[in-house]
Design a protein around this ligand. Structure first.
Ligand code: ADP
Length: 499
């Protein structure tokens, strides 16, 4: 939008519904903290726009009121605040917060109420996030800071490109990143008027999705460019079954889709300095990893045994994450013998099944239901191997954390798992790339066979050490991915939106 440009002052508005440590339900929270910080290190002036949930407002000390939005269609009045997000000791990222008590000031999660149901007004809640995102990215903005690019993340910001499409003045170009296509932001047709979208946008060439409105479809349809979080997932979503109904649209836009693997926050997830674990360690000092294993076994009430292979799993307990097949193999796994520690929350029946299993075999299987950042670090450090049997996985972070912690993962060969884990074979061991174990068939049988392969490798100390070293030597930092995002931003500067 701004008329003069030098590569040095590329400005990006990063619209996201969650950001760690203020609010996080999954990988998007981590990405929203780490990617903007990595982009700022490349001198991209990126600023976040987030909803003012209670924990966001209380978590940011110094906030300034910078604008008011009193007359936006049928949205309640909102105030725009500005603050700095402390990412780590050396980096802070400017953040705009939408303070709208009517929509965001409530107990519960960002998307779900305390009983686990979607908030009934999610359409309005994230319609407002999108609307203000679009205003700040256009010449209607009350701010002096004008972005060249608006970077939208998942369905919650999917209406930004739609609002911009119907704005006739100057506007930023838009990038829509899919972190998980399974969540599509679907609302009844009546929402179109409520959200202040033109009625003729409600058709196949617009925001309509099989008789309803889908925020994600709207974003994918109207944005200038689409990205997703791994090259394999970028391909998988262009056909059934992982296209989740959007494969037709994605296929027509295939020339505008990029797959960029997520990085991880290598400061937060660093076994050499992690404050959450009893003993830090390097790849040369593997014996200290055993201290963390003992601490994990003790904390979880498992038999304390340095020689038994201990597997960890951390995730949303859901069909996507393959928790059903994890439960199916659990009894066979402890017969190997091996131990299992699971941390997660999600589907009630999976929580109950897991809890029952851990109560039946308390010294072999441990389950912690809930979200526990500290324990997740101890599991990554203390487990010998990590289990991630996801049915599909856009990118996945835990398999990267586990490799960084010298805890080789056993993963289903899909999406980002396929792109970040190298199967352990004689050839990959020889060339130094082996870093875990992949299985192809999404069955308990194939998963269990692969766990057996991992256990066999575990009992060969030489092979296991080599595998751990390979894992810990891998570079999962954001640097390369941030460069790829910057290339996309720069390529969009010549789009017709930008004057
Ligand atoms: P997704 O975003 O699909 O849930 P990812 O692997 O991309 O999956 O990211 C999940 C993030 O959330 C990781 O940082 C993981 O450690 C964290 N996480 C998931 N469940 C829990 C939990 N119960 N306790 C602590 N951290 C969790």
């Amino acid at each position: 939008m701004p008329s003069t440009f030098s590569r040095r002052d590329l400005r990006v508005l990063f619209v996201t519904p969650e950001v760690y440590p203020l609010s996080k339900t999954g990988g998007l929270g981590d990405v929203s903290a780490a990617l903007p910080a990595a982009l700022r290190a490349l001198r991209v002036d990126v600023r976040l726009l987030i909803p003012g949930y209670p924990q966001v407002l209380s978590g940011l000390k110094y906030k300034r009121k910078i604008a008011k939005f009193d007359t936006l269609s049928q949205f309640p009045p909102a105030t725009l605040l500005s603050a700095k997000l402390p990412v780590n000791a050396s980096t802070s990222v400017p953040v705009f917060i939408i303070d709208c008590p009517g929509l965001y000031q409530r107990e519960g999660g960002p998307y779900l109420d305390e009983s686990g149901q979607d908030w009934p007004d999610n359409g309005l809640r994230f319609g407002l996030l999108s609307k203000i995102g679009a205003i700040l990215a256009s010449d209607d903005s009350p701010l002096a800071w004008h972005p060249h690019i608006v970077h939208c993340n998942d369905w919650q910001s999917g209406l930004v490109p739609a609002y911009l499409n119907f704005h006739s003045g100057e506007k930023a170009a838009s990038l829509m990143t899919i972190h998980n296509l399974a969540f599509q932001g679907i609302f009844p047709p009546g929402s179109v008027a409520q959200l202040g979208l033109p009625s003729d946008s409600f058709n196949m060439q617009g925001v309509e999705y099989y008789g309803n409105i889908s925020f994600l479809k709207a974003g994918l349809y109207y944005c200038n460019h689409i990205s997703t979080v791994s090259p394999s997932y970028a391909k998988e979503i262009q056909s059934e079954p992982l296209g989740f109904g959007m494969q037709g649209l994605l296929l027509t836009r295939r020339k505008s889709i990029s797959g960029i693997i997520n990085g991880i926050d290598t400061t937060e997830w660093n076994p050499t300095s992690d404050p959450h674990i009893p003993r830090t360690y390097t790849s040369n000092k593997q014996s200290t990893k055993a201290i963390n294993k003992k601490a994990l076994q003790l904390a979880m009430g498992l038999d304390v045994d340095p020689d038994i292979p201990l597997f960890g799993a951390i995730n949303r307990l859901s069909h996507q994450k393959g928790c059903d097949i994890l439960l199916q193999v659990a009894l066979e796994l402890i017969k190997i013998p091996a131990q299992l520690v699971v941390l997660g929350s999600g589907m009630a029946e999976l929580e109950v099944e897991l809890t029952t299993l851990s109560k039946t075999y308390p010294t072999k299987i441990a389950a912690t239901i809930g979200f526990n950042e500290k324990l997740s670090h101890l599991i990554e450090a203390g487990a010998d191997g990590f289990l991630m049997p996801s049915r599909f996985e856009p990118c996945g972070l835990n398999q990267m954390y586990s490799q960084r912690y010298g805890t080789p993962p056993v993963v289903h060969a899909t999406g980002g798992l396929l792109d970040t884990v190298v199967d352990c074979t004689p050839a990959t061991l020889a060339d130094g790339s082996a870093s875990g174990f992949l299985f192809n068939d999404m069955t308990a049988d194939d998963f269990l066979k692969t766990i057996h392969r991992a256990v066999t490798a575990y009992h060969n100390k030489k092979i296991w050490r080599r595998l751990q070293k390979n894992c810990m030597a891998k570079d999962f930092s954001w640097q390369a991915s941030a460069v790829s995002y910057r290339e996309i931003y720069l390529s969009l500067l010549s789009s017709p939106n930008i004057s």
